[in-house]
Design a protein. Structure first.
Length: 251
């Protein structure tokens, strides 16, 4: 088991990429803190699936865009297992497609807080204990939108994900001397509840038509690469954001 004995905190883990990553990490021996905000049922189902498989997990509700709630989330995971070795900053959402005509200051701030501020707050909450042990792993889940601007109505989301991509580089440099490896992953078009909410079937069909591999990705496709990034196999990778998109964007 690649992660035997380690404790992982995964934000936004009640469905999609976060849930797939939580269940994969548990199969690889990690104890997993499953964070959620609204989808309590999904988080509890993820925990139940992990426990049925012989793993350990807890579900913890927290709005990771709020500092006090992040502190409570981290405290709950530490209370359960005494430490946090791995942080996956996965929480994020488009919330709604908004063009400039429909954009409001409130919506802009909401997007930035959920998709970028959350990663800062969670990283700030865990890095010192990782540094004290000279060992830790952080993965920021960005998006292909952070590289190509996203679809119509996703400009604010794309800006936040692009900011997270560059934050990954900056914080990687800062934390590397403390034994903490920070990397990112940028999913492309992934068949998750995200696209079920924001991309009607005809839009998804257009997306898939432009993918060289001729299919949308799965949450498991992304979870496998996140596992790689926190494994010894990625020991000399730092500040990288891995594109996982079936060839939709090649760089």
């Amino acid at each position: 088991m690649i992660l035997k004995g380690q404790v992982a905190l995964i934000t936004g883990a009640s469905s999609g990429i976060g849930r797939a990553t939580a269940e994969l990490f548990a199969r690889e021996g990690a104890k997993v803190g499953v964070n959620y905000l609204k989808n309590q049922k999904g988080a509890e189902e993820a925990v139940e699936a992990i426990r049925k498989g012989g793993g350990e997990a807890i579900a913890v509700r927290a709005d990771v865009a709020r500092s006090a709630e992040v502190q409570s989330l981290v405290a709950a995971v530490r209370k359960a297992w005494g430490r946090i070795d791995i942080l996956i900053n996965n929480a994020g959402d488009l919330i709604a497609r908004r063009t400039l005509k429909d954009m409001t200051e409130e919506y802009w701030d909401q997007i930035m807080n959920l998709n970028m501020k959350s990663a800062f707050l969670c990283t700030q909450a865990v890095w010192q204990e990782m540094a004290a042990r000279k060992n830790g792993y952080i993965v920021n889940v960005t998006s292909i939108a952070g590289r190509n601007g996203g679809g119509v109505g996703a400009a604010a989301y794309a800006a936040a994900k692009g900011g997270l991509l560059t934050y990954t580089k900056g914080i990687a440099k800062e934390l590397a001397p403390h034994g903490i490896r920070v990397n990112g992953i940028a999913p492309g078009v992934i068949a998750t509840p995200y696209h079920e909410r924001y991309s009607p079937p005809e839009v998804m069909a257009k997306f898939i038509a432009n993918i060289p591999m001729s299919r949308a990705g799965t949450a498991e496709d992304i979870a496998d690469v996140i596992l790689f990034l926190v494994s010894p196999a990625a020991r000399y990778m730092l500040g990288e954001t891995v594109e996982v998109n079936g060839g939709l964007l090649m760089d």
